[in-house]
Design a protein around this ligand. Sequence first.
Ligand SMILES: [Mg+2]
Ligand SMILES: [Zn+2]
Length: 222
Amino acid sequence: MAARGPGSQELTVTSSPDTRPAMRLDAIDTVFLDRDGTLIEDRHYLCHPDGVCLVPGVAPAMAELGRLGVRFFLVSNQSGIGRGRFTFQDLLQVQSRLDELLGVHGAHITDWAACPHAPQESCTCRKPERGLWDILAQRHQIDPGRTLMVGDKASDIIFGQRLGCLTALVRTGHGEDQAQALGLPELCQDPMPLPPHPSWPHLQASSLTVLLQTLLASRRKP
Ligand SMILES: [Mg+2]
Ligand SMILES: [Zn+2]
């Protein structure tokens, strides 16, 4: 069980009313996840199922939240396809291994979408563009106001902000570097709400597991 900061069970994120509405973690019914560096360990151009390694403790927390009605969606930039490093078939095999590892714990992802393009293709589905959201929102009823977007990069945060989601940066994967680049304060509470700032997430956390455990705690409150 990962450490939890004092008072985090009452975690409420409020920010300036003009740009970001007040949101409570207990209102969240949908979690959008980045894949590499957030849900699984970041491996450079991961293209083989053997390389899939879940962030420790994440699957049981997802399973428990799933039983409480929280849905999980995956949105992933996979430019390795556009760069010719691997194929869409490889991506499907990685996804099926990921589904298998989650399934062992009774966790599952409702649906996923990936951008296969290289950055220079200037597509509309490479995060922070909103295309992956649009694909999933066509297939499912999703309310951005009740969605938490979690990622390890600034592009994940911008993606979530543009849609009006609650956003969280995790310090796994590229998260440490990105937190430094964004000038985020030291992580002194986990998860830690952040003050309003145009390029900052609403929250930062040491890992997705800690974030999901806090989400769980918000559900257990009477
Ligand atoms: Mg990532
Ligand atoms: Zn794309």
